[in-house]
Design a binder for this molecule. Structure first.
Ligand SMILES: NC(=O)c1ccc[n+]([C@@H]2O[C@H](COP(=O)([O-])OP(=O)(O)OC[C@H]3O[C@@H](n4cnc5c(N)ncnc54)[C@H](OP(=O)(O)O)[C@@H]3O)[C@@H](O)[C@H]2O)c1
Length: 332
């Protein structure tokens, strides 16, 4: 098969399009002929050797390395014990996240645990289906249902979503992969949604259901918003603490990228909960989400597509920022 492989950590230019062996199908796995690959920040974190993350988070990997988690495609083979799928069926999934297995997504074939896959939503093309898993599962696991009881690597307690019906929810980074799904999920669950993004995304976000738009290029959102019930900060990091004062006592701040957050003391004084989680693969949740995608209740926006061979260009596009929706690799 063809795949994108790398022999060292580094920038987008380490990504090479070349021949690679089709992965073996192990117990419990399904071999998927990949039609499209959704790309996500952990792809460039791994490409780069997880330099921005604490050493204990850096996975042990061997080269040549294939990146990626999110796929949509057609079942090519099924291990005898991998129930629920048959050859020729269309599937999508986030494969093996956060663990790092041998078979990854930037390839013509991926061997995926059956438990990470779900049937592709009918009427949603492979590019859109591949674009959804990690970003949509992140929005869902933060906002609606954690869906597992694995220990939380980011805090001592499990993450707990909060009730959304009738609440005021601000989504920062609203136009991006996680953000555009968070806006739609919060709306679906009855919240009034304030979307924060740069100027050009206003019409896009209003079309997705945002009730109010804050252009962070013109107004700092932490000055414009107040009395909020929940802030979902998809940018997170050290700056997430500026949102604490926008929240009501009893409100919550969910920094989707929580590393570097230092506002715990202030949060306690203000009576605000701060909580985060790390997204995990879940075919069961994707099956539920597939119904919402199929019904058009959640839409997938595509920023741009690139042939698999041009994965390097897709990573360069991501590095330029201002992504609207998702970047997808299309496999011929
Ligand atoms: N906890 C988890 O398990 C988990 C899972 C998935 C992702 N993440 C993390 O979540 C973060 C977002 O991921 P993503 O896939 O959504 O990224 P993305 O698709 O690149 O989206 C980022 C968005 O942020 C916007 N943005 C940039 N600067 C901004 C600012 N100052 N204020 C408001 N918006 C701003 C960008 O557009 P504009 O600037 O044009 O508005 C863009 O739309 C990443 O750090 C990722 O690692 C965590």
């Amino acid at each position: 098969m063809k795949a994108i492989r790398q022999y060292e950590f580094g920038g987008p230019d380490v990504l090479r399009y070349e021949d690679a062996p089709i992965p073996d199908v192990k117990a419990g796995e399904v071999l998927v002929r990949v039609h499209a690959v959704g790309i996500n920040p952990p792809d460039w974190y791994l490409r780069d050797g997880y330099k921005a993350l604490p050493p204990e988070w850096r996975p042990n990997v061997s080269f040549p390395l294939i990146l990626g988690t999110d796929i949509s495609g057609v079942v090519a083979a099924v291990a005898p014990d991998a129930g629920g799928f048959s050859v020729g069926g269309e599937v999508f999934g986030m494969v093996r996240f956060p663990s790092v297995g041998d078979s990854r997504a930037y390839a013509e074939y991926v061997a995926a645990p059956a438990s990470d896959l779900a049937r592709k939503p009918a009427g949603v093309d492979h590019a859109r289906a591949a674009a959804a898993p990690m970003s949509l599962l992140t929005a869902w696991q933060f906002l609606v249902e954690l869906g597992h009881d694995y220990p939380n690597p980011l805090q001592s307690e499990p993450h707990r979503p909060v009730a959304l019906d009738g609440k005021i929810v601000l989504v920062n980074g609203a136009a991006g992969g996680v953000g555009h799904f968070a806006v739609q999920v919060a709306k679906l669950k009855g919240a009034r949604v304030i979307a924060v993004a740069s100027t050009t995304h206003e019409a896009f976000l209003r079309d997705l259901g945002a009730d109010q738009f804050i252009d962070y290029k013109k107004t700092p959102p932490e000055d414009a918003a107040h009395d909020l019930d929940l802030v979902v900060d998809t940018l997170g990091g050290p700056a997430a603490g500026r949102f604490l004062r926008t929240l009501k006592r009893g409100g919550a701040l969910f920094p989707v990228f929580p590393l570097g957050f230092s506002g715990a003391e202030e949060a306690e004084k203000l009576g605000v909960t701060v909580s985060a989680t790390q997204v995990r693969s879940s075919g069961a949740q994707l099956a539920e989400l597939a119904r919402l995608l199929e019904a058009g209740k959640i839409r997938v926006a595509i920023d741009s597509t690139f042939p698999l061979a041009d994965a390097r260009m897709a990573h360069e596009r991501a590095a330029k920022g201002h992504v609207r929706g998702k970047i997808v690799l299309v496999v011929q």
